[in-house]
Design a protein around this ligand. Structure first.
Ligand code: UD1
Ligand code: CA
Length: 458
């Protein structure tokens, strides 16, 4: 949105988290809490954001990437001080500044847009988003005058007992006129219990200057929940996941048991897919329509084509085609690529391999660093021996090949199209197209064996 910049406060350590990780990088709904704030700003059409970073600054920058500007706050002297650090990074054409805390990930984009609209309509110098909290402890309280207008905000630690009884709290989200904000900030003093430069003091300063300041109350206080502790982290995570499930169900996805289904905020699922209980779908996974996923399944950063069934399995950074049949007890590790109509059965592990259309790996196999063509059948217990303890080598199985049960494919090795390997063979040499390769000592039957080995047992 032209003329508007956001300042996201993300420099604090978050002492109450008792963590070495900066608070804003703790995850809710499968992504860092501050990422949700940035997503909401984006939904509101405010793409221009300056992040104020301090604690773990390099890590925060690394995780969030180069799409934003960053301003450093070397010492965390308070929220007012934090905003001051961003002044030089705000675009010259932005005369409205929205300030959002990095620890309030439930705020919706629509709410931020509403706040901005109310701010613009009223032509106020400052508009703060407030909410009526059932349990306001910890929030700055909104003090209104007799006519109901915003007078000032008092922090919990500085509040008198009667002020603490006020339920309307500061969500930590504001819109400011740029010039008014920075000129008022230069007058903020750290004369409070915490010895900090409070951003909230700007409202009082502006009001004393005769400028218009206002508080706009949020309908649903839950949206403003700030994360300060691990308990709140878990609470907010639960709320985000509930929102995700509700969105998906709204869009036509069946979730058999929402309470035992965990889906990250970045996941996309097409309609008419059914998610069975005790299933985790994480990261940036994308699942097509008409799939059945679960029960007891974990899908991480993977793509699954339409009509595929995945039961009791784990899938990491993999791509699975349409109408595949996976599990139970399959383990697809990173860089697995399955084409359409592939079957992967019980106790099969696949890593960094490509499997062609209609191929089957039904039981008890390890397939690593391999390329399998179309219509290949891998017999039970077959493994690729891809690693000699130093290097990894490729295995190629061409179209239509039939690998007998319990074959060891010692890589590098190629099995030609329509070739067959005899059960129990250890294949160390390439097998030409259409050939049978048997590598097995002929069977010897030694008579009277039982009598010979255990004569005393007769
Ligand atoms: C702040 C507000 C309070 C509001 C609450 C809402 C002030 C003085 N108080 O209190 O009125 O109800 O948020 O959640 O503004 N931060 C910095 N640099 C600093 C201090 C903080 O970047 O020097 C960042 C933190 O990383 C965090 C955000 O600002 O993301 C809020 O800081 P926090 O210490 O949690 O403030 P609260 O005490 O919750
Ligand atoms: Ca907070």
């Amino acid at each position: 949105m032209p003329g508007v910049a956001a300042v996201v406060l993300a420099a604090g350590l978050g002492k109450r988290m008792k963590s070495k990780l900066p608070k804003v990088l703790h995850q809710v709904g499968g992504q860092p809490m501050v990422q949700h704030v940035l997503d909401a700003l984006n939904t509101a059409g405010i793409g221009d954001a300056v992040l104020v970073i301090g604690h773990g600054a390099d890590l925060v920058k690394e995780v969030l990437g180069p799409a934003f500007s960053y301003a450093r706050q070397e010492q965390q002297l308070g929220t007012g001080h934090a905003v001051m650090q961003a002044e030089g990074s705000i675009g010259a054409d932005c005369n409205t500044v929205m300030v959002v805390c990095g620890d309030t990930p439930l705020l919706r984009g629509e709410t931020l847009r509403m706040l901005l609209e109310r701010h613009r309509e009223s032509q106020a110098a400052a508009t703060v988003l407030s909410a009526v909290f059932p349990e306001p402890t910890g929030y700055g309280r909104i003090i209104r005058d007799q006519s109901g207008n915003l007078d000032r905000i008092v922090e919990e630690k500085d509040a008198a007992p009667d002020e603490k009884r006020i339920n309307e709290g500061n969500t930590g989200t504001y819109c400011f006129d740029r010039e008014q904000l920075f000129s008022a900030l230069s007058q903020v003093m750290p004369n409070n219990v915490q010895g900090e430069y409070y951003l909230t003091d700007v409202l009082k300063i502006l009001r004393e200057r005769g400028k218009k300041v206002q508080a706009v109350a949020l309908a649903e206080a839950e949206e403003a929940l700030g994360i300060n502790s691990r308990r709140q982290l878990a609470e907010v995570d639960g709320i985000i996941r509930e929102r995700v499930r509700e969105r998906l169900m709204e869009e036509g996805v069946s979730i058999v048991d929402p309470r035992t289904t965990y889906i990250d905020a970045g996941v996309m699922i097409e309609p008419d897919t059914v998610i069975y209980p005790f299933t985790f779908i994480e990261g940036k996974s994308v699942i097509g329509s008409d799939c059945r996923i679960g029960p007891f399944t974990r899908v991480v950063d993977s793509r699954i084509g339409k009509g595929t069934v995945v039961r009791n399995s784990v899938m990491l950074e993999s791509e699975v085609g349409e109408n595949c049949d996976i599990g139970p007890f399959s383990y697809l590790r990173p860089l697995t690529r399955l084409s359409d109509k592939v079957k992967v059965g019980d106790f099969v592990e696949i890593k960094k391999s490509t499997v062609g259309r209609g191929s089957k790996i039904p039981h008890l196999s390890y397939v690593g660093d391999a390329t399998l063509g179309e219509g290949v059948n891998i017999g039970a217990g077959t493994i690729t021996c891809n690693y000699d303890g130093v290097n990894k080598y490729p295995t190629v199985v061409e179209d239509g090949a039939f690998i007998g049960s319990n074959t060891n494919l010692v890589a590098p090795v190629t099995i030609g199209a329509n070739a067959v390997t005899g059960a129990g063979s250890t294949i160390t040499k390439d097998v030409p197209e259409g050939s049978l390769a048997v590598e097995r000592a002929p069977q010897k039957n030694i008579p009277q064996w039982k009598t010979r080995v255990k004569p005393d047992k007769q």
